[in-house]
Ligand binder design. Structure first.
Ligand SMILES: Nc1ncnc2c1ncn2[C@@H]1O[C@H](COP(=O)(O)OP(=O)(O)OP(=O)(O)O)[C@@H](O)[C@H]1O
Length: 806
């Protein structure tokens, strides 16, 4: 425009110093060639536009200040060029915008967003369908044939759901990426808009300056003198303008570079978008596949549900039909119950009446009860008195009966004979060996249990005794036969039970038995204990035991402190004529345990004394002496009964086999004592005035138990085997002889003389007896050395405590 008033105008420069002809166009050309290498066409057009302008300027350089001055022309041309350039730049920018600009991207983005939205909606629809399917109540499908398939479909469905969720995630990632790119594009667009605005401003500024320049030129033309100065000013200003132009060109250049970069970025984004497109297409294909799968699963589920529904309906129909039937039955029952109720009502009425009547009675019951109690008490008192009277009478009768029983018992024993002889045949045992010698030689009469047949050297011999027990007889059977004797001991009688027979014939077994199957000794004591206990209310009893042994006519105490000491039998100094053994230990016993302790102690004494106990025991007499002392609590009457249980020494005829030394002595002593026993029994039976008790220690010791009212039982033990028939024959002869002297209580034979030891050994039967019922078998056999279960076995060491002497 016009220079400011008062502003100093520069002096006009010489044409040689003018900057324009040298610097302006040259610089313009250099700047163009240097700064815009990419815009070749635009540059060339600008250059072609600038060249005539320059030529015009040179041609007009004569007159710079005039209206057609070259400088003005040059500036006009330059301004025109700049305008053109600006327009082309704007066009370029709009082209770029239309070609690759935000519109397409936006469109693309919009498309993608629409597509995304559509996919989202589809997903939502699928999810809603799934929810709906899940929400449907699952019918119970136990045992259904489709249940497995349904489970598989459910699994597949859950897998598809997982994949859909993954795809969803991927889609949302892609969305995010697209969003980011869209944001970046918007940014670029914003920057471009800013650039364009800047350009427009610049353009406006330049055109404003051009206008000012025009006006200045015009005013300069009008004022010719300062024209030169003004021209100079314009030249100066023109250089400034040129500089600004070059700056704006540089800026343009920079913008173009940025546009190129943005193009590159856009290209990349396009590629990414393409790959996103592809991915989306893939995902859509997958989603379509999943949808198809879901559709199929849905179809299957629907089918299943349909069939389940049908089943359910069928079941409901059946249940309904059943319920109807049951209902009908219940109705019928109800009708029956109603009828019953109708019939029961009168009964109920009667019951109610009864109940009321009873209630009335109950109210009056305490009174009635009191009265009844009174009368009952009176009756009971009367009854008690009567019972007491009866009891007294019964007690008197009982005592009388007791006396009578005792008398009867004694009479029975007397009738049976005070001396009885029974035989017991032991079974064939392993110790008898095998072969003809071990065969059975003993038979029995099936109709008479007092007869025994023996086959001796082919000849049958029979014997009659009070009773014969076969090998089948148990310990209890034998004991039953003797228990009457044992109970009489409680009444004050003396009793002697002997076991007689050869070694190994079963004497010890019968007397002592085995721990599992005890014999007479233990059973007798048990019986005594129980009988004594029964009478405990009226009687006070004391039971004591002693154990002694007679070996070679020497008496020894088996329970004493010094068992080797020989004891003597003496008359009581009180003049009663009773015998006693000074030093013989007596133990008070109250139970079977006490008895066992006594036996054990006795055995200990024997084992310390003898090395071969079994051998010794079969050669000695063993005595168990049980004394029962009783006091009648009411009368003070005293009784004493003695039970002698004797396991005699073996009766075999050792003397005959030519034994010498100690064996001969033993045999002589045994024979002597056994003969003495036979003599005593014979004398007793024949009621002789003199009974030779003193002939042996055995008979002397048992004197008081063998005389008077005493009762004696001899158990003859018999071995059944062939090899022992000689000894069996002699034992049975001895037994029969003892028995045969008994002719009855009033007619005893007194003429029977004393038995010599020879008689004991060689006594022959007086007469031949009937033939045996069965033929005996013969068998060889060894001796009888083994003695398991022997009576003396009872006396085994045990180390138990010593019983307390009485
Ligand atoms: N009735 C029976 N039942 C079963 N076994 C028996 C019977 N009698 C005896 N015995 C057995 O026969 C064998 C000899 O018996 P035991 O020792 O009692 O004879 P013993 O006559 O006492 O001999 P010793 O004179 O040597 O003492 C034993 O093994 C015993 O168990």
């Amino acid at each position: 425009g016009e220079p400011e008033p008062g502003m100093a105008r520069p002096a006009p420069a010489s044409p040689a110093a003018r900057p324009f002809p040298h610097t302006g166009p040259g610089r313009l050309r250099t700047g163009r060639g240097k700064d815009t290498p990419a815009g070749g066409d635009e540059d060339s057009s600008a250059r072609s536009a600038a060249r005539p302008a320059l030529a015009q300027c040179r041609a007009l350089s004569v007159d710079w200040a005039g209206p057609g001055s070259p400088h003005r022309l040059y500036l006009t041309v330059q301004v025109e060029n700049l305008k053109e350039k600006l327009i082309s730049q704007a066009q370029e920018v709009s082209r770029l915008r239309s070609e690759l600009g935000g519109t397409d991207l936006e469109k693309h983005r919009d498309l993608l967003m629409v597509e995304n939205e559509r996919l989202r909606q589809e997903m939502r629809r699928c999810e809603a369908e799934l929810q709906e399917l899940r929400a449907k109540p699952a019918a119970p499908c136990t045992g259904c044939e489709h249940s497995q398939e349904s489970a598989q479909l459910r699994d597949k469905l859950s897998q598809l759901q997982l994949e859909v969720a993954e795809n969803k995630g991927m889609l949302s990632e892609l969305n995010l990426e697209v969003q980011q790119k869209t944001d970046r594009l918007a940014e670029v667009e914003l920057r471009l808009k800013d650039c364009l605005a800047e350009k427009a401003q610049e353009e406006e500024r330049l055109s404003r300056r051009l206008r000012d320049s025009h006006e200045t030129i015009a005013s300069l033309r009008a004022q010719s003198p300062p024209v030169k100065y003004v021209i100079k000013t314009v030249e100066v200003e023109s250089s400034k303008t040129t500089q600004a132009l070059s700056e704006s060109q540089a800026h343009n250049q920079h913008l173009q570079e940025q546009v190129a970069m943005q193009r590159q970025v856009l290209k990349e984004m396009e590629q990414q978008l393409q790959s996103a497109h592809q991915l989306t297409a893939q995902l859509r294909a997958q989603i379509a596949m999943y949808e198809a799968e879901l559709e199929r699963a849905h179809g299957q589920m629907l089918e299943e549900m349909q069939s389940l529904e049908e089943d359910k309906n069928r079941a409901i129909e059946e249940a309904f039909a059943r319920a109807q039937v049951e209902m009908k039955a219940v109705h019928e029952n109800l009708a029956g119950v109603r009828t019953n109720l109708l019939t029961l009502q009168p009964a109920l009425r009667t019951l109610t009446n009864d109940y009321n009547g009873l209630k009335r009675q109950v109210r009056g019951f305490p009174l009635l009860l009191q009265e009844a109690l009174k009368s009952v008490k009176a009756e009971i008192g009367q009854a008690i008195e009567e019972v007491n009277g009866n009891n007294q009478e019964l007690l008197r009768k009982y005592r009388r009966e007791l006396q009578l029983r005792k008398k009867c018992h004694n009479e029975l024993v007397r009738l049976k004979g005070n001396i009885r002889v029974i035989a017991r045949v032991r079974p064939v045992t392993k110790e008898d060996g095998e072969g003809p010698e071990a065969t059975n030689a003993v038979t029995f009469d099936p109709d008479d249990d007092s007869i025994i047949h023996l086959l001796h050297r082919g000849k049958p011999v029979s014997f009659e005794l009070d009773k014969v027990f076969s090998p089948r007889a148990s310990q209890q059977d034998v004991f039953q036969e003797v228990q009457a004797l044992i109970t009489s001991c409680i009444d004050g009688f003396n009793v002697c039970i002997f076991a007689y027979g050869q070694t190994g014939a079963g004497k010890t077994y019968t007397m002592e038995g085995t721990p599992e199957n005890p014999g007479i000794n233990q059973r007798a004591l048990q019986l005594l204990f129980s009988e004594v206990q029964e009478k405990a209310s009226d009687w006070e009893y004391t039971i004591t035991v002693s154990a002694a042994e007679i070996y070679n006519e020497a008496l020894r105490d088996l329970l004493g402190q010094e068992p080797q000491e020989k004891l003597e039998i003496r008359l009581c100094p009180d003049g009663s004529g009773q015998l006693y053994v000074p030093g013989l230990t007596e133990f008070r016993v109250q139970s079977v345990d006490d008895i066992n302790k006594v036996f054990e102690f006795g055995h200990t004494n024997r084992t310390t004394e003898f090395t071969n106990l079994n051998e010794h025991s079969s050669r000695s007499h063993a005595l168990l002496i049980v004394t029962v002392r009783g006091v009648d609590c009411s009368t003070g009457l005293r009784t004493t009964g003695k039970l002698n249980l004797v396991d005699l020494a073996g009766s075999e005829r050792v003397g005959k086999s030519g034994a010498e030394g100690s064996r001969l002595r033993e045999a002589q002593h045994i024979n002597k004592s056994l003969s003495a026993l036979g003599d005593v029994i014979a004398a007793l039976r024949s009621r002789q005035g003199h009974v030779p008790f003193r002939n042996s220690k055995l008979t002397y010791l048992l004197q008081d138990s063998l005389s008077g009212d005493s009762k004696t039982l001899m158990v003859v033990q018999v071995s059944p085997v062939e090899k022992n028939t000689s000894e069996t024959l002699y034992s049975l002869k001895f037994a029969e002889r003892v028995r045969s002297v008994e002719l009855g209580p009033g007619s005893r034979r007194a003429e029977l003389g004393s038995w010599s030891s020879q008689e004991h050994l060689e006594w022959e039967p007086a007469c031949q007896t009937p033939q045996p019922a069965a033929r005996a078998h013969s068998a060889p056999g060894s001796g009888t050395t083994s003695r398991p279960g022997s009576i003396r076995r009872k006396l085994q060491p045990s180390g138990k405590s010593r019983p307390v002497p009485v």
